[in-house]
Design a binder for this molecule. Structure first.
Ligand code: IMP
Length: 431
């Protein structure tokens, strides 16, 4: 792989197995950067016989002598960050890997989580079917404050007077909402202020300027990997709004949230599962609510890495994937969990949607239209072989090769990597 600056994005509804692919790509990267989202993400990486689930840390933290950056586009829960840093083995001091948290990243406060939960509950009770099924990590409310210009940023934590002013401003507003709208007890300033100052002491050594760090790294020829979280169809602008997260998950998000100028990006890779999953609410045209869906869930261990919720499972949707190719400008696709399709009685792929009396191959802008579509399927020949030992495309059974070729042809993108099992080494690397 000879691209200096690469971006990796989820090409579906999140949970595509990005942690695993980043882990493979991070082997040859000097710098790994997260650029959006927060502890709603759950990137699972198996290394040294141990399973790590990173919610905030870039997956490159497991390699020695790397620079890992938490960009300004993230919303950071300091307690979660501390848990993850403390759980690293070897520790960053021993591995020589340096963590930098952008001072401009926003801090998830306890009231954000509270408001997230209360908002969800109010939406589900509203009777309009508008619950989003959030992860409850305070993501939406924290981004609301960011865009409302009232948020508390990482750089504020080490400045007691700044943080005191911002906290009072926020509590004045949040407590009114909690008490008057939800009938909930208010947050007390004193306890929260102490907590925040303590977070400041923990986070201060990591605070840095991501723009200068990256500029220096790129200018000195270092290889950079941007690690997207969630997925294209959960992007706040390009996803199935309102059933989305509150950040820019697409490749463009790394310029605003990860401080890289657009012209410095050399390669964009989309991670797609060989089938589809979704957690939370929202339209999912190829969802299987029958035994086949159960089987995918069981074989693919499709339970949320962050919330443990069972994921909704369904067939691969090429209309959605082709949309992701276009929105992100994908150069390559990393195809994960192909092994999960082994041994199925039937194997289908959605190639178009029937809706409102017509057929379309383009992804609708509106979630309401997406709710109404009927998928048009193409049948593929299933295979029975265990493919977890395959290390090159030619090791795959013919039917599996056909499946991969079909994805390449219909997206006009090359598949650069195929996941054939849960371990780091269960990977077919094509470049
Ligand atoms: P939030 O990001 O917690 O606000 O949740 C908004 C929507 O995005 C919900 O449907 C979540 O289930 C979904 N979501 C958030 N993060 C992830 C993720 O990492 N993987 C899959 N779905 C996610």
């Amino acid at each position: 792989m000879d691209a200096q600056v690469q971006v990796l994005v989820g090409a579906q509804w999140g949970d595509e197995g990005k942690g695993r692919v980043v882990d493979v790509l991070a082997e040859t990267a000097d710098v790994v950067v997260r650029y959006q989202g927060g502890a709603n993400a759950g990137h699972t990486v198996m290394a040294g016989g141990r399973k790590y689930v990173f919610h905030l840390l870039p997956s490159g933290m497991l390699y020695p002598n790397r620079l890992c950056i938490i960009g300004n586009g993230l919303v950071v829960d300091p307690e979660k960050l501390r848990e993850e840093v403390n759980g690293l083995d070897p520790s960053p001091e021993k591995s020589g890997t340096r963590l930098v948290v952008s001072g401009a990243a926003h801090i998830v406060m306890p009231y954000h989580k509270k408001l997230d939960a209360l908002g969800e509950s109010a939406r589900s009770k509203s009777g309009f079917g508008s619950a989003i099924g959030t992860t409850g990590r305070g993501i939406g409310p924290c981004y609301v404050d960011k865009y409302n210009r009232t948020g508390i940023r990482a750089e504020d934590l080490a400045q007691p007077d700044v943080v005191a002013k911002k906290l009072r401003l926020n509590l004045d507003e949040k407590n009114l909402i909690l008490e008057k709208i939800y009938g909930e007890p208010p947050f007390e300033f004193d306890g929260l202020y102490e907590t925040v100052l303590e977070w400041g002491r923990f986070i201060a050594p990591y605070i840095g300027n991501a723009t200068f760090e990256l500029d220096r790294a790129i200018s000195s020829g270092k290889r950079i990997l941007f690690e997207g979280a969630q997925g294209t169809l959960l992007d706040v602008d390009h996803g199935t709004y309102p059933y989305v997260t509150s950040s820019s998950c697409v490749s463009g998000g790394c310029c605003t949230g990860g401080s890289v100028p657009p012209g410095r990006i050399d390669r964009i890779i989309g991670v797609a599962k060989a089938y589809c999953t979704r957690v939370g609410e929202g339209p999912f045209p190829t969802e299987l609510t029958n035994e086949a869906g159960e089987l995918l869930r069981k074989n693919g261990a499709e339970y949320g890495a962050t919330t443990g919720r069972p994921r909704r499972c369904g067939w691969l949707d090429m209309v959605a994937l082709n949309y992701a190719v276009k929105v992100n400008g994908l150069d390559f696709i990393a195809l994960t969990k192909l092994d999960v399709l082994s041994g199925l009685d039937e194997l289908l792929v959605c190639i178009a949607y029937d809706v409102d009396g017509g057929r379309r191959e383009t992804f609708p802008d509106s979630a309401a239209v997406l709710e109404r579509v009927t998928p048009v399927y193409r049948k593929f020949t299933p295979w029975n072989e265990d493919i977890s030992g395959c290390r090159s495309s030619s090791d795959l059974p013919e039917a599996a090769r056909e499946y991969v070729s079909f994805i390449e042809e219909s997206t006009s993108s090359k598949v650069c990597l195929i996941g054939v099992g849960p371990r780091r080494e269960d990977t077919i690397r094509i470049f």
